[in-house]
Design a protein. Structure first.
Length: 88
């Protein structure tokens, strides 16, 4: 494993030490590794959302260029999204 030195704000250092003291982690390294894994998953999910958004924008542009427009309002589209209905 690689050793890395990290400077932490006092509140984060206290949090890190507290997590180890609670017994959920055996070391500070374990806490940091878990935190980095969470960040890695969050970044991957964010990137996946961007890929989907770009694909949907391209699809919308293709539809518009072909003269196919929706009669839905922005509120209608938002309601569909919030209801989980993304089929169009």
């Amino acid at each position: 494993m690689t050793t890395v030195t990290v400077n932490l704000r006092p509140d984060l250092a206290d949090f890190l030490e507290g997590e180890v003291a609670k017994g959920g982690y055996t070391s500070s390294s374990d806490v940091v590794q878990d935190a980095l894994l969470l960040l890695q998953h969050e970044k991957a999910a964010e990137e996946e959302k961007l890929v989907i958004l770009r694909r949907e924008i391209a699809r919308g542009l293709e539809e518009a260029e072909a003269g196919r427009f929706s009669k839905k309002t922005v509120d209608d589209i938002l309601s569909d999204i919030l209801a989980g209905n993304t089929s169009g």
